[in-house]
Design a protein around this ligand. Structure first.
Ligand code: UDP
Length: 400
């Protein structure tokens, strides 16, 4: 289904969608293009899949282009990603050369100097800006946690970032202190009408899960996340084993592989070596939005045990289904989980075990957390708010 703004009236009210159209009047017919690294897998692609269509719907001529790149380019940009999140990475001459070569190739095949706005997502396409001396407004949209980057990589990317008209980050925590350019904060959002988030019946959810071999009569604990070392899968296994000593339950890891993330299969196989010994831990690698929907809906508890996180869309997705989430205090997770009200912030393995048992043993507490969680997402993290934030930012840039 192609999203139309007014279809969201039922979640946010007519007044909000009317105001969004009104705010977009100044941007009618403007040309904008988003550029990122992958068409599917991960939060950026997830957001663009709705945002791009809604931007067109409000009259901004919006395109979406995806980078080309070799395996060595994407394994290098994944290293950039890791190192901007704090991991030490050696930036050799050869690595810089690979980055610059693909930056140039992608610049040659994208003719974007005449676009009114170019939105570059994350570090992979960041350097393209240096090939467009005659350009209009360029925006760097950084989705990752850059609060504590490794210096070599940060020093390498900063001269590129400085060429942009502004930067956009997901949370106040990620503002770049040394950047003398405007910075906007736009937390990500979920699309309540997407297959992954739309309301489905209990019956359908049970059917979908059963079809994938999941016992719907046993409490489900789950984590939906790419197989990425930052997502803390091993810590979830530790918590699960302890919870299972007190109460019969099962753990489901659902994680697809993004085409720009060569680390995925390696971690997946490592996790399988551990989990294959436990019949109550299941791993699913299929890309399937309806299955994500059913799993988040039917889970007694969802974990997001990230070590670092840009935002953590999976948190809002589960909360939207009234499922309590236990997540770490990183990235955008604490914006979503108000500790003790809409879920719980994980402080340690033993804390996670105690909180999980509290929820599993008290259904009315679970329901209360779930209702608060839904309302918090409805007010703050739906795609309509995100669209409006973009429009306001474009209007500010337009008038500067
Ligand atoms: N996702 C999915 N299937 C999976 C794993 C993840 O569809 O097996 C989706 C998930 O539902 C969410 C996105 O990928 O929409 C992940 O976004 P998030 O911000 O949580 O993390 P990122 O992958 O961007 O670090």
């Amino acid at each position: 289904m192609i999203p139309k703004l007014e279809s969201y009236n039922r979640f946010v009210g007519k007044k909000v969608t009317k105001e969004i159209r009104h705010n977009a009047e100044t941007l009618q017919g403007k040309h904008l293009v988003h550029i990122n690294a992958t068409p599917s897998g991960g939060g950026v692609a997830e957001i663009l899949n709705s945002l791009v269509f809604l931007m067109n719907d409000v009259g901004i001529d919006t395109g979406w282009r995806v980078l080309i790149g070799s395996h060595s380019f994407f394994s290098l940009t994944k290293k950039f990603h890791n190192s901007l999140q704090g991991k030490k990475v050696k930036l050799t001459e050869n690595r810089r050369k690979i980055y610059m070569e693909y930056t140039k190739k992608n610049s040659m095949i994208n003719h974007i100097s005449k676009h009114d706005f170019v939105v570059i997502h994350d570090p992979q396409p960041l350097g393209m800006i240096s090939h467009f001396p005659n350009r209009k407004k360029w925006i760097w949209r950084c989705h990752i946690d850059i609060s504590n980057p490794h210096t070599d990589t940060f020093d390498f990317i900063l001269p590129f970032v400085r060429q942009y008209d502004c930067a956009v980050v997901s949370s106040n925590r990620f503002k770049i202190n040394s950047l003398e350019k405007p910075q906007f904060i736009i937390p990500p959002s979920i699309d309540p009408l997407a297959a992954k988030n739309k309301q489905i019946s209990e019956n359908l959810a049970n059917k979908v899960l059963s079809k994938h071999g999941i016992d719907v009569d046993k409490p489900i604990l789950s984590q939906v996340a790419r197989f990425d070392p930052w997502k803390g899968h091993l810590g979830v296994i530790k918590m699960f084993k302890k919870i299972k000593e007190k109460m019969d339950c099962q753990l489901i890891f659902m994680g697809d592989m993004a085409s720009d993330d060569p680390q995925g299969p390696i971690l997946y196989h490592r996790i399988r070596q551990i989990t294959d010994k436990y019949p109550d831990i299941h791993t699913i690698t299929q890309r399937n939005d309806l299955l994500v929907n059913a799993l988040q809906k039917k889970s007694a508890i969802v974990f997001q045990n990230s070590v670092k996180e840009g935002f953590g869309l999976t948190v809002a997705e589960a909360m939207w289904k009234k499922t309590p989430v236990l997540g770490t205090d990183v990235g955008g997770i604490p914006l979503q989980i108000l500790d003790g009200q809409t879920g719980y912030i994980l402080k340690s393995v033993s804390d996670g075990v105690a909180k999980s048992l509290k929820i599993l043993e008290d259904n009315s507490h679970r329901n209360e957390l779930g209702s608060n969680a839904y309302e918090h997402v409805r007010k703050n993290f739906l795609i309509t708010r995100h669209l409006n934030d973009y429009i306001n930012m474009l209007n500010t840039l337009n008038s500067s």
